[in-house]
Design a protein around this ligand. Structure first.
Ligand code: PPS
Length: 506
C-alpha cells in the first residue's frame, strides 16, 4: 500500500459508516497519517501481507518489518461495496466518535475471529489529533523542520533514563557531534510496565542531564517480536530524521539509520564518572543497577541512589511505584480443614491491628460462607464461586490500600490463580501462604468432627478424604502448624511480610 495520489471528495463521506478502531490500531493510524510509517500510506491489503510473510517485503519489493492492519466487524465489512468509490469508505473515529481519518477500502478478507481485515489508503480528517500528549506528538515533518542540519542521534526511550544511559547518550552525541532526538513510545505500557504518562514524566525529568535535545512522543505499540519491533522503530526513527540510532537491544541491518551499540558503562567511584567498565579497576567500579534491583529498591521504599539515578527521575519513579507498605495487599492462606489457617490469620490480623500499620479485613472461611456465600455447597463449581467471591472482595479492599487476609481451603489452583489475578489487576500485591499441616494431624484435631463423619461415609466430598486438594506450586510461604506453635506460625507470616516489604519493620 505504498501508492499515493488518492483523493476523495468530502461529500462522498457524508454517508460513510463510522468506526472506532482498537487503541493499537489507532496508534498505527496516527503513525500512518503523520508519515512516520512512510512509505506506507494506509493499512496493508492481503497481497502486501502475504508478500510480507513470505519475503519480509511489501508486494512492490519495499522492505517492511511488520504488518500494519485494521480489523472491522463483519456487519460493517458486508455493508461495503468495493466497486463503488462512494460506498467503500469508512470514517475512522476516536473513542468519543470524533472523526480522525477516512479509509478507502480496497480489500477485505475474513479473519479467524469472525471479523474482517480491511486494507486501503487513509486520509486525515480535521486535525487528526487524539489521545494524551498532543503537544508532544509532533509529526516527522514538523520535527525534521526543527532539527539543526547535520547528524541526528536517535534514542528510543522505552524505559526511564538513569545515569548510565544518560552517560551513553552524552558520549554518543559528543562523538558524533550530533543533535539528540529522544523518541518516547507512548502507544502502550513499556517493557517495564510503566504507563506512558509515567514514562514521559521520567524522561522529561532527565532532560537537564542531556545534551540539547528534541523530545517527541510517538504512539509506537510493541508487537512482541523483539527484532521486528526494533526494525520498525528504526524505520520510524529514520522518518523523524534520525541518522544514527543508539541501540540497547538487537543489532539491526538493512535500510534506516546506522545503529550504534553502546559499550557497557560502570560508575567510577574515584571521580564519580561513568566510563567503560573495563577501564575501571574492579575495586573502584560499580555496575549499573538491573531493572529488578531498581524495582526492589522502590518496593522497599528506598530512594534510588544518587550515583545511579538523577534525583528528579528517582522522584517520579518513587511516585509511580510506591513502597509496598503503602500498597494494598491480599494475603491468601490455603490449606486443609483444620490445618490452622483461621487461627494463624487471626493472630496476624490482631498483631497488625495492634501496631496500627495496616487496616485489615479478615475474610474468614466460616464468616464468608455465612455472609458472602450463603447457600453454596462443596461441589467444585460452588467452591470455585466461593473463591471467586472472596478474591473479588479481597481485591476491592486492596484496591483501596487495605490488607485483606483470606483463609478458605481453596483446593483448586485455577481458582487461587483467579484470586491472584484480581488482586494484581487492582494494583495490589498478593501473597500466597500454604498452611501445609499434614492430613493426619488435621484429622487428629478434627474439631468439628467432620473427618470422622467423612470416614464413616456420613458426608461426601470432604477435602483430603474423598475430594481433591491441589498442593500449591506457587506458594510464597509454606507453614506447617504441626511443627510450629501458633505464635511461631504467626511470627513466620509477619516475618515474611516484613522481609518482602509489605509491612513496616519494627
Ligand atoms: S472452599 O473449598 O475453599 O470453598 O471451602 P471453605 O469455604 O474454606 O469451607 C471450608 C469449611 O467448610 C467446612 N466443610 C467442609 N470442608 C471441606 N470439605 C467439605 N465437604 C466440607 N463440608 C463442610 C469445614 O469445616 C471447613 O472449615 P475449616 O475452617 O477449613 O475447617
Amino acid at each position: 500500500m505504498s501508492e499515493r495520489g488518492w483523493l476523495m471528495p468530502e461529500e462522498m463521506l457524508r454517508d460513510a459508516p463510522a468506526y472506532n478502531p482498537r487503541p493499537s490500531e489507532l496508534a498505527d493510524l496516527e503513525l500512518l497519517l503523520t508519515g512516520a510509517y512512510a512509505p506506507l500510506t494506509g493499512f496493508l491489503g492481503r497481497a502486501d501481507l502475504i508478500a510480507l510473510q513470505r519475503r519480509g517485503r511489501l508486494e512492490d519489493g519495499t522492505p517492511w518489518p511488520l504488518p500494519v492492519t485494521l480489523e472491522i466487524p463483519e456487519s460493517l465489512a458486508l455493508g461495503l461495496d468495493l466497486s463503488d468509490p462512494a460506498l467503500r469508505s469508512i470514517v475512522l473515529t476516536d473513542q468519543e466518535g470524533a472523526p480522525i481519518a477516512a479509509l478507502e477500502v480496497t480489500d477485505t478478507w475474513p479473519t479467524r475471529d469472525g471479523r474482517y481485515g480491511v486494507g486501503g489508503p487513509v486520509r486525515q480528517l480535521g486535525d487528526g489529533r487524539h489521545g494524551p500528549f498532543q503537544r508532544l506528538r509532533r509529526s516527522p515533518a514538523e520535527v525534521r523542520e526543527l532539527l539543526p542540519p547535520g547528524r541526528v542521534l536517535g534514542v528510543v526511550a522505552d524505559r526511564p533514563l538513569h545515569r548510565p544511559q544518560l552517560a551513553q547518550i552524552a558520549h554518543a552525541a559528543r562523538t558524533l557531534a550530533a543533535h539528540l532526538l529522544v523518541l518516547i513510545p507512548v502507544g502502550d505500557a513499556g517493557p517495564g510496565g510503566l504507563s506512558p504518562e509515567v514514562l514521559v514524566r521520567t524522561v522529561f525529568a532527565a532532560r537537564d542531564r542531556m545534551p540539547p535535545a528534541t523530545l517527541v512522543a510517538v504512539p509506537l505499540v510493541r508487537r512482541g517480536d523483539e527484532i521486528r519491533d526494533a526494525l520498525l522503530r528504526a524505520r520510524v526513527a529514520a522518518a523523524y530524521g534520525v541518522t544514527h540510532l543508539l541501540s540497547t537491544g538487537e543489532m539491526l541491518s538493512g535500510g534506516g539509520p546506522r545503529v550504534l551499540v553502546p559499550r557497557e558503562l560502570a560508575y567510577d567511584n574515584r571521580d564519580g564518572q561513568w566510563r567503560w567498565r573495563d577501564d575501571i579497576p574492579p575495586r573502584n567500579r560499580r555496575l549499573a543497577l538491573t531493572n529488578e534491583e531498581i524495582d526492589d529498591l522502590l518496593d522497599r521504599g528506598f530512594p534510588l541512589p544518587e550515583w545511579h539515578t538523577p534525583p528528579a527521575v528517582a522522584k517520579e519513579l518513587a511516585r509511580a511505584r510506591p513502597a509496598r507498605r503503602h500498597r494494598g495487599l491480599v494475603v491468601f492462606m490455603t490449606g486443609l480443614s483444620g490445618s490452622g489457617k483461621s487461627t494463624v490469620a487471626r493472630g496476624v490480623a490482631d498483631h497488625l491491628r495492634e501496631t496500627g500499620d495496616r487496616t485489615v479485613t479478615l475474610l474468614d472461611g466460616d464468616v464468608v460462607r455465612r455472609e458472602l456465600s450463603a447457600g453454596l455447597g462443596f461441589s467444585k463449581e460452588d467452591r470455585d464461586l466461593n473463591i471467586r467471591r472472596i478474591g473479588w472482595v479481597a481485591a476491592e479492599v486492596a484496591r483501596h490500600r487495605g490488607m485483606a487476609i483470606c483463609c478458605p481451603i481453596a483446593p483448586y489452583a485455577a481458582a487461587r490463580k483467579t484470586a491472584r489475578d484480581m488482586a494484581t489487576l487492582a494494583g495490589a500485591g498478593f501473597v500466597l501462604i500454604h498452611v501445609a499441616t499434614p492430613l493426619e494431624v488435621c484429622e487428629r484435631r478434627d474439631r468439628k468432627g467432620l473427618y470422622a463423619k467423612a470416614r464413616a461415609g456420613l458426608i461426601k466430598g470432604m477435602t483430603g478424604v474423598d475430594d481433591p486438594y491441589e498442593v500449591p506450586l506457587d506458594a510464597d510461604l509454606t507453614i506447617d502448624t504441626s511443627q510450629l506453635s501458633v505464635d511461631e506460625a504467626v511470627a513466620a507470616v509477619l516475618h515474611h511480610l516484613t522481609e518482602t516489604g509489605w509491612v513496616e519493620p519494627k
